[in-house]
Ligand binder design. Structure first.
Ligand code: G4P
Length: 526
């Protein structure tokens, strides 16, 4: 069935697909929950706490899904707000920074960077920010935990500008912090949103508004903070650049909001601004040039996951619709292989509960059952020739050797290794002589633990892991004979020769000694 263009355009225009980037503990889980609350998906956010409550949160959401009929898959949370259809991509395992997170960001049209008001920009914020920056997607900032003692907001903005090299323009301004936190001032509308602590932070935060010159301001926040606010606002208006939507959309400027997610404060205000500011899905760069979202149907796979639940031990490919109208049961081409697929029974679409997705529009995420057909970056489309030019990989910084404890389990081991590597849990480098077990590469050592645990639980295979002193990897090029003679017996999962190094010095020295070998620049991060 073809749908009218006007309808398609309308659906595209109201889509907002984004991801949250933050350092662990900054408040991503809490904000996600509050966004769902304000998105009307849930009426009352349970006081879900991050650590021991994490699985709790998930099961809460699953039952919420059943009650309210909202669509929650393990890869995107979907809700409606102010006539917009919002897809919040789940970037799981953020405690464990991995390739999965990078890949998920390729499916986002914008990102929300959450900062802890006391800690400012932290290491993982920087890494994830760089990924978004390279993709040129717009980034909004929410400074969280204002109810706790915070850094001076001017200092926080300079830190964002200096560390991340992006212009930071506040759209709201905090009034006090910690026990004295009284609310925020909306620099665009001139309203004061007063903060009131609610019991357990469970309900929608009440809001009262008054202008900066409203005599009630002093009543609301006290004379000292009122005077400080007037001073701050004067400074902002005199010395800071104005919010420039074009610079924001180009990824050069980030609008900054302040609040306290745990106390439901500032999140709805952010959301209301977000749906207006953030862009709808745009064109995607393909082998055939830019593909507009209103072109005929095409989608790309950005994430694979094996063994999503104990009941369903199969693999799921998560696809983002990049153009056109998706309907369940439609006939498409898997463009890498030219294979025809019908996206229906054999490739049932499902959310967490295998609920069938009947239709989807650009920006939406659908899960396809993956009987080993899909790889990351694959395209399915009604146009048989569309592919993505290249799908980025991140560069591992730590490497481990692994040894199988029970050699009788070799087959299950190889299956687990392949599937988990396919998902991006780790990258695998194989010794070419086949005599030794592979090396694993990761961004952080925690990924190795996840790999080890999943291999044991999902494939019944125990391995020993030893982190090596290797720190760098380079792909090799040059005359095939020279490379073959030189390469120290390691290749990646596509059979390309690589070499591992213990230090930058080691790499430079080797490169100097072997001018016949080209040490390729690192694969472009997203
Ligand atoms: P994450 O997903 O980014 O890792 O962060 P998460 O939301 O799990 O929040 C990390 C901790 O910060 C949690 O505390 C959470 O309650 C707390 N938090 C989130 N937003 C705010 C806020 O606005 N103000 C304050 N004061 N705290 C906030 P926890 O100690 O891990 O659990 P809990 O026992 O405090 O709930």
């Amino acid at each position: 069935m073809t749908i009218p263009t006007a309808h398609l355009d309308q659906e595209i225009a109201r889509r907002r697909t984004f991801a949250i980037i933050s350092h662990p503990d900054a408040g991503k889980t809490t904000i996600t929950e509050k966004l769902l609350l304000y998105g009307g998906a849930i009426q009352e956010a349970g006081s879900v706490t991050a650590k021991e409550g994490r699985s709790h949160t998930k099961s809460d959401w699953m039952s919420i899904e059943q009650q309210r009929g909202i669509s929650i898959s393990s890869s995107a949370l979907t809700f409606e707000y102010a006539g917009r259809h919002v897809n919040l991509l789940d970037t799981p395992g953020h405690q464990d920074f991995s390739e999965d997170t990078y890949r998920t960001l390729t499916a986002a049209d914008s990102a929300l960077m959450v900062l802890d008001a006391a800690r400012g920009v932290q290491t993982q914020t920087e890494k994830l920010f760089a990924v978004c920056r390279n993709r040129g997607i717009p980034i909004l900032t929410f400074v969280n935990k204002m109810d706790r003692p915070a850094q001076d907001p001017f200092d926080l903005l300079s830190q964002v500008e200096n560390t991340l090299k992006i212009t930071a323009v506040p759209l709201t301004w905090p009034i006090g912090d910690g026990p004295d936190f009284k609310g925020v001032y909306d620099l665009q509308t001139g309203q004061v949103l007063a903060f009131e602590r609610t019991s357990g932070g469970k309900h929608r935060a009440p809001m009262q508004t008054a202008g900066l010159d409203d005599p009630r301001l002093v009543d609301l926040v006290g004379s000292d903070l009122a005077a400080k606010l007037r001073e701050d606002v004067e400074l902002i208006q005199g010395a800071m650049p104005e919010f420039d939507p074009a610079a924001f959309l180009a990824g050069e400027l980030t609008p900054v909001f302040f609040g306290s997610a745990m106390n439901n404060f500032g999140v709805e205000h952010f959301l209301a601004n977000f749906v207006d500011l953030a862009p709808p899905p745009g064109p995607v760069e393909t082998n055939l040039g830019e593909r507009d979202p209103d072109a005929p149907f095409a989608g790309f796979v950005f994430k694979l996951q094996a063994n999503m639940s104990k009941q369903h031990r199969d693999r799921t490919a998560f696809m983002r619709v990049m153009s056109g109208h998706f309907e369940r049961g439609m006939d498409v081409t898997h463009t890498r292989t030219g294979r025809k697929l019908r996206l229906s029974q054999a490739h049932t679409l499902f959310a967490q509960d295998r609920e069938k997705v009947e239709e989807a529009y650009p920006g939406d995420i659908v899960g396809l059952v993956n009987p080993g057909v899909f790889q990351i970056g694959d395209v399915v489309s009604v146009d048989p020739k569309v592919t993505l030019p290249s799908f980025p990989r991140f560069t591992p910084e730590t490497f481990a050797t692994l040894a199988l404890k029970d050699v009788g389990k070799r087959k299950a081991f190889m299956k687990g290794l392949t599937q988990l590597a396919e998902e991006g849990v780790v990258q695998v480098f194989y010794p070419t002589d086949g005599a030794r077990d592979p090396y694993l590469g990761a961004v952080g050592p925690l990924q190795f633990e996840v790999f080890q645990a999943r291999l044991a639980e999902e494939y019944g295979v125990d391995v020993e892991l030893h982190v090596t002193s290797y720190q760098l990897v380079r792909w090799l090029a040059g005359d095939a004979g020279s490379v073959a003679r030189f390469a120290r017996h390691v290749e990646d999962d596509q059979g390309r020769p690589v070499m591992l190094f213990r230090s930058k010095y080691d790499l430079d020295y080797t490169a100097e000694q072997h001018p016949e070998i080209e040490f390729l620049p690192l694969p472009r991060d997203l």
